[in-house]
Write a protein that binds this ligand. Structure first.
Ligand code: PMT
Length: 401
C-alpha cells in the first residue's frame, strides 16, 4: 500500500528520534520513497548520516544547503508538493505548538505549512507535558486542521517516569499508515476467507495422501484481497509460501478436517469466501500408529470420504458471496456448472488441466468465471496474480450489482 508513495518524514528533537532510523527502514522496505527533514535539535538525537544512508536521500535541515559550492535553496514548497504523506515523528510539544499557531522558524515547519498531503504526527513527550491542557488544546487545533494523530502509548519514559507520552513504535506507525490508506478501498471493512494449497491425509507417521497444489492461486487471491483493503483469513494446507501482508492472517492446516474446522470458525463473520484449495476427497480410514512395514507385494488402504468443505459452506450460506474452484480434465463447463449448482455457489472459477499454462504449481493459470446466472467469462493465460485481479473484478461487479 505504501509502495511508490513519496513520504516526507519530519523529525523533531526528542529522544524517540533514534527510533526513526527503524521507521525509515520499514518505509523503504514497504516500497516508499522517503525524504527526511530534521529540526536543529533532532540532529543531536539521531545521525543525519544514518538517516541519509537508510533513506537513500540527503537529509534536509536548513533553508539553504551550506555544504554545496553553489548555494541551493531547499524549496519547501516543492517538498510539500512532492509528498503523498507527511509524518512528523517524534513530534515534540514545542513543534506541535508551532504547527498549531503557524509559526515558521525552521525548514520542517515551512514544509508542514506548504504540505497539501495528509499530515500525520506521532507525539512524544513526558507524561505531564502530554496531559497539559495546552497540549490537549494543540491536539484539538491540529485535528481541526485535518492532521492525524498517531497516539502516544503508555510505558517507561526517558525521564524514568511511567505514563502516557511514548512515541508509537515504528511498526505501529507503519500499520497505522497502512490502515489509513486502506480505508476507501473497494474491500475496506470487509472480511474475506480463502482456502489454498493441498491437504495431506496421513497414512502413517511418515506417509500421506496429497496432491500437487502449491497454494499459489489461493495466496494470490488473498494478496489481492488485502491490497483491496479486506481483512483476510487465509486457511492454507501445506505450502512453502508465506503471506507478509499485515491484513492477512495465515492459518496453516494439514488435513481436510482441520481446514473444515478453521474455515467454519471464520465463516459467520465473512463477507466473501473463496475456496481455491485442492482438498483431498478421501482419507485413510485408519492412521497407523507406527510406520507401515514393507511386507506383502500388495498393500490395500481403506479410504473414507472427507467432508466437502465448500458444500457445507453453501448449505449454511447467509449473506456471504461464496466462490468455488473447479479443476477439471473433461466436460469442463458442464462439470463446473454442476458444482456451482450442487454447492449453492455464487460463482465458480473453472481451470482445466487441458489448457496449457493452467492448474497446479505453475505461476500462471487460465480460467473461466461462471456466475450463478451461468454467465461465462473466459480469460487468457495470465500470471496467478493477474488472474486473482480478474477474479476479484468479476466478484466486485456482481456483489454490488
Ligand atoms: O495451488 P496451485 O498450485 O496454485 O494450484 C491451483 C489449483 C489448481 C489448486 C486451483 O486453481 C484449483 O483449481 N483449486 C480447486 C481444486 C479442486 O479441488 O477442485 P475440485 O473440482 O475437486 O473441487 C471443487 C471445489 O470444492 C473447490 O473449490 C475445492 O476447494 C472444494 N472442495 C473440494 C473437496 C472437498 N472435500 N472440500 C472442498 O471444499
Amino acid at each position: 500500500m505504501l509502495s511508490g508513495k513519496n513520504i516526507l518524514l519530519g523529525i523533531t528533537g526528542g529522544i524517540a528520534a533514534y527510533k526513526t532510523t527503524f521507521l525509515v527502514r520499514l518505509l523503504i522496505k514497504a516500497g516508499a520513497q522517503v525524504k527526511v527533514v530534521l529540526t536543529e535539535s533532532a540532529g543531536s538525537f539521531v545521525s543525519p548520516l544514518t538517516l541519509a544512508t537508510l533513506s537513500k536521500n540527503p537529509v534536509l535541515k536548513n533553508f539553504v544547503q551550506e555544504d554545496k559550492e553553489s548555494v541551493d535553496w531547499n524549496n519547501h514548497v516543492e517538498l510539500g508538493l512532492w509528498a503523498d504523506l507527511m509524518i512528523i515523528a517524534p513530534a515534540t510539544a514545542n513543534t506541535l505548538s508551532k504547527m498549531s499557531s503557524g509559526t515558521c522558524d525552521n525548514l520542517l515547519l515551512a514544509v508542514y505549512l506548504s504540505a497539501k498531503c495528509p499530515v500525520f504526527y506521532a507525539p512524544a513527550m513526558d507524561l505531564d507535558m502530554y496531559k497539559h491542557p495546552s497540549t490537549k488544546a494543540t491536539f484539538e487545533t491540529l485535528e481541526g486542521f485535518g492532521n492525524i494523530m498517531i497516539p502516544a502509548t503508555s510505558g517507561e519514559l526517558a525521564s524514568g517516569l511511567h505514563g502516557e507520552g511514548r512515541m508509537a513504535e515504528p511498526e505501529d506507525i507503519l500499520t497505522f499508515l497502512q490502515e489509513y490508506l486502506s480505508n476507501g478501498l473497494p474491500l475496506s471493512g470487509k472480511k474475506v476467507v480463502i482456502t489454498a494449497g493441498p491437504t495431506f491425509e496421513a497414512i502413517d507417521p511418515v506417509r500421506f495422501i496429497g496432491n500437487h497444489s502449491s497454494g499459489k492461486m489461493g495466496y494470490a487471491l488473498a494478496g489481492v484481497a488485502a491490497d483491496l483493503g479486506a481483512e483476510v483469513v487465509l486457511v492454507s494446507g501445506p505450502s512453502h509460501l508465506s503471506a507478509e501482508h499485515h491484513l492477512i492472517t495465515l492459518i496453516r492446516v494439514v488435513s481436510a478436517e482441520e481446514m473444515y474446522q478453521e474455515v467454519h470458525k471464520h465463516y459467520d463473520q465473512a463477507d466473501f469466501v473463496i475456496c481455491a484449495a485442492a482438498v483431498a476427497d478421501y482419507r485413510p480410514a485408519k492412521i497407523a500408529d507406527q510406520k507401515i512395514k514393507k511386507a506383502e507385494d500388495k498393500l490395500t488402504i481403506d479410504l473414507v470420504k472427507n467432508k466437502d468443505i465448500l458444500l457445507s459452506l453453501g448449505e449454511k450460506k447467509k449473506d456471504q458471496y461464496l466462490v468455488g474452484f473447479a479443476l477439471e480434465t473433461q466436460n469442463e463447463i458442464e462439470n463446473a456448472k454442476g458444482k456451482l449448482k450442487k454447492k449453492h455457489l455464487d460463482a465458480i472459477v473453472l481451470n482445466s488441466l487441458n489448457d496449457e499454462g493452467a492448474g497446479f504449481g505453475k505461476n500462471t493459470n487460465k480460467i473461466s468465471f461462471i456466475d450463478k446466472n451461468l454467465e461465462i467469462k473466459t480469460f487468457d493465460v495470465k500470471t496467478k496474480s493477474a488472474v486473482a485481479v480478474d477474479i476479484w473484478n468479476e466478484i466486485l461487479k456482481r456483489k454490488d450489482a
